[in-house]
Design a binder for this molecule. Structure first.
Ligand SMILES: Nc1ncnc2c1ncn2[C@@H]1O[C@H](COP(=O)(O)OP(=O)(O)OP(=O)(O)O)[C@@H](O)[C@H]1O
Ligand SMILES: [Mg+2]
Length: 392
């Protein structure tokens, strides 16, 4: 069982590459599903088949061929399936605040809900062993980063806040409701959250197991896109995911000689070389710009053959653990592989058995082993691409 993420900045070619990878895997005999997490879905469009647009519009999963399925996550549908009580509660809160009910319904879909829905489906497929390979076509980088942090955040919430809130609502709810206009959630709401949590259980282990899950970053050879890819690379490391390939897409092919593209070609060359420095250790695959947009099964197959000429897309191309614990001369160390990091950006704090590493606006709660829970984080040193945190 494999779970492969394709992510990157908007428009770089994620959906096209996900679809092409799905076609290739299916042709190799793997039972494959490509799931699109993007709100503006285009996965179906990239197959360019009339019958997909009309006939199966209501179906959750669409079968493309003997071994290939696609699924575009529909958050409204997923809410009915998984979120009923939570959604109703939030909607009732928003409604009482004076919002029109249609607007309240729209806003009650809070940030992260789509991502959790995708995780719910994925965890179900993993538990039931429905597919050999799950390909995830992620939304642009920002959203996919939030997505991978959800299981940690949720566990934190369940352990720290949830029980307290639930008991409080039970005991004090009836009293508060007589004096306040804010509805107190009923126990069904808490039951719903508990159920969600149970359904998500184990997904964090799946996401951070490099034997199961790897991330492939899609990028273009341009300054701003490469910059964002660098940040994404670092954050995925921070969140404990394994990146096993970087794909540079839309490279102008050799044959293009027109004067108009001369500077473009130099720029691309510069950033291809830089990318090779930035992402050293991880294989880089290059894809030229085609002479037309890539839609339809023939185009996707051609792209699949270029991407994976003599390789199996299901393989793992790098298995480096993003962080690990070690003991050197009686001193415990947490070693995090964090490329592109400058020292002043890192902030460490410790809360009981958790170390909180903050980099810019992102946070990672690293659960510490028992022997480190009572120790103090005394220093952080950046050597090469490693952040070494020592404990005393
Ligand atoms: N190598 C390529 N050569 C030619 N066209 C390409 C190539 N890669 C992608 N395209 C085209 O670029 C367009 C955008 O690609 P795609 O939808 O896959 O990007 P995306 O990263 O998924 O975008 P979004 O962030 O909006 O989801 C599509 O029309 C696709 O056919
Ligand atoms: Mg897309």
């Amino acid at each position: 069982m494999r779970l492969i993420f394709y992510t990157g900045k908007g428009g770089v070619g994620k959906t096209t590459i996900s679809a092409a990878t799905g076609m290739k895997l299916a042709s190799l005999g793997y039972k494959t599903i490509v799931i699109s997490l993007d709100v503006a879905h285009s996965l179906r469009d990239s197959f360019d088949r009339e019958d997909l647009l009309i006939a199966q519009i209501d179906e959750k999963r669409i079968q493309i061929n003997e071994n290939l399925w696609i699924q575009e996550i529909n958050v409204q549908e997923a809410i009915v399936e998984y979120w009923d009580e939570v959604y109703n509660y939030i909607r009732s809160l928003l409604n009482r605040s004076g919002l029109e009910s249609l607007v309240a319904e729209e806003i009650a879909v809070f940030p992260g809900m789509e991502e959790i829905c995708a995780l719910l489906y994925i965890n179900q497929y993993v538990r039931e062993n429905t597919y050999d390979i799950i390909i995830l076509d992620c939304a642009p980088t920002g959203e996919s980063l939030r997505f991978v942090s959800i299981p940690t955040t949720l566990e934190w919430y369940m352990n720290r806040i949830f029980k307290l809130e639930r008991n409080l609502a039970k005991i004090a709810g009836p009293v508060i409701e007589t004096i306040s206009s804010v509805p107190i959630p009923k126990d069904a709401y808490f039951q719903n959250i508990q159920q969600l949590f149970d359904r998500l259980e184990g997904i964090d282990k799946v996401l951070t197991d490099p034997k199961i899950t790897t991330v492939r970053l899609v990028t273009n050879p341009e300054k701003i896109v490469i910059k964002e890819t660098q940040r994404a690379f670092m954050y995925f490391c921070l969140y404990g995911l394994c990146i096993d390939a970087v794909i540079i897409n839309r490279i102008f092919p050799e044959g293009v000689e027109e004067k108009f593209f001369e500077v473009w070609k130099q720029t691309q060359q510069k950033y291809i070389e830089e990318a090779e420095d930035y992402f050293s250790g991880v294989p880089i695959w290059k894809v030229n710009l085609f002479d037309d947009q890539i839609v339809g099964e023939a185009g996707l197959c051609k792209l699949g053959d270029i991407l994976y000429p003599n390789i199996d897309p299901a393989d793992r191309f790098s298995e480096q653990r993003p962080y690990q614990f070690q003991k050197v001369n009686d001193v415990y160390q947490l070693v995090m592989q964090l490329p592109f990091l400058s020292k002043q950006e890192v902030h460490l704090s410790k809360h009981g058995d958790e170390l909180v590493v903050t980099i810019g606006g992102f946070k990672r709660h690293v659960a510490l082993p028992r022997s480190l829970a009572s120790a103090k984080a005394t220093g952080a040193k950046l050597t090469g691409h490693q952040l070494v945190i020592t404990f005393q």
